[in-house]
Design a protein around this ligand. Structure first.
Ligand code: SAH
Length: 357
């Protein structure tokens, strides 16, 4: 077997591997604890494992490294880290501290194949899925080197479509959630999707309490087809039906994300259509002013549009929360993360550069 990053293994995978090598079941728990609780990055430091087991592990596994290419810090405390992966691909991870929570926003893919017409992450297309190890390492790295305070929430809202990398993302979620690993409650982990119905259906059967966010962004198929090509495969009515079924099966409330784009999707008619679509089931709705992306012609909404839209929805019995963007000054806000980030010789990117390894 080719050596692989041990963080690609779930606890069950590790257990199976160890059993195959005549090792004890509790060794899997010990190894998990070394990696995820104590932050071990080599097998020699796992001092309570037998020498034989450490040799077995060394022969079969390794720890890949995330290299910090750059770090930027926003005026509002948000930090963006640009990581280089083993194959030199670059990904971004964002840390969003606030009074009551510390959130990490993870990337799930290098680039994105969904090409939403308002999002920078898809501009250069799709390169590859991240492995479970690469997803989990973003959190381990931040825990180890950044947050002095507790990391409380994980959101898959960085680059990529998490439900397009289903297996690796779910394995990572289980590692975050496991009491033997990071012990982060599933309800504090959010998977955001552009509306991959097949993934939503699968997720409904996982018996996991994760939060799910669905990026809606339009009230009818015409507008949604134009700004989110995935709508041609999974049209709005089918998406909402899948969400209703998800709720019926899991009793978990879905959060809909709706970005407000000037003169496009926040008129009275949009409010009417949206309230009709969402009528009669339990959900949360976040309204997010569009963050300007230089390559696209869309503009953020004016204040009046935002207030009008929210007010109209409210009159129709739809409660919503207005979300204010974080980290816009360092291009770390929603939709601003991009495949290969800014060009590498941008000196700004090196402002806070720290050579960790
Ligand atoms: N692919 C997933 C997760 C990544 S994006 C998804 O589509 O949900 C996380 C959120 O940022 C999504 O709701 C996405 O639609 C939103 N977003 C993308 N570009 C944006 C922009 N320019 N301004 C505001 N939100 C944006």
């Amino acid at each position: 077997m080719k050596k692989q990053d041990i963080r690609n293994f779930s606890q069950e995978d590790l257990l199976r591997f160890l059993q195959g090598k005549n090792q004890k079941a509790f060794n899997a728990t010990q190894i998990f604890s070394w990696i995820y609780k104590k932050g071990a990055e080599d097998f020699d430091s796992m001092s309570d494992l037998s020498l034989e087991l450490r040799q077995i592990l060394k022969k079969n596994f390794y720890f890949s490294k995330l290299i910090v290419e750059a770090i930027k810090e926003s005026r509002d405390g948000t930090k963006k880290i640009l990581f280089k992966l083993e194959d030199s691909s670059l990904i971004e991870t964002v840390l969003i501290p606030s009074k009551e929570r510390n959130t990490i926003c993870l990337s799930s893919q290098v680039g994105c194949r969904f090409s939403c017409k308002f999002c920078a992450s898809g501009i250069k297309g799709f390169k590859r899925n991240l492995s479970t190890a690469e997803i989990v390492s973003q959190v381990l790295f931040v825990k180890k080197y950044f947050f002095n305070v507790q990391l409380t929430h994980i959101v898959f809202m960085g680059t990529g479509e998490p439900l397009d990398n289903y297996e690796n993302v779910l394995r990572a979620v289980r590692i975050f959630n496991s009491t033997y690993a990071l012990n982060i409650g599933a309800r504090r982990i959010t998977i955001s999707t552009s509306g991959v119905i097949s993934g939503i259906k699968k997720l409904a059967k996982e018996n996991l309490q994760v939060e799910i966010s669905v990026s809606l962004h339009a009230s009818d198929n015409k507008i949604r087809n134009n700004i989110m090509p995935i709508n041609k495969k999974y049209p709005l009515q089918d998406l909402i039906r899948a969400c209703r079924q998800y709720f019926l099966l899991t009793k978990r409330q879905i959060t809909f994300e709706y970005i407000l784009i000037h003169n496009l999707n926040c008129t009275l008619d949009d409010a009417k259509r949206l309230s009709f679509l969402l009528k009669g089931f339990d959900f949360k709705l976040n309204l997010i002013p569009y963050n300007k992306i230089a390559e696209f012609n869309f503009e953020p909404p004016i204040k009046l549009e935002v207030l009008f839209f929210q007010n109209q929805l409210s009159k129709m019995g739809i409660k919503s929360t207005l979300r204010l963007p974080r980290g816009t000054d360092i291009n770390a806000a929603c939709g601003q993360l991009r495949f290969y980030a800014e060009t590498k010789n941008n000196t700004n990117l090196r402002e806070l550069h720290t050579n960790f390894r």
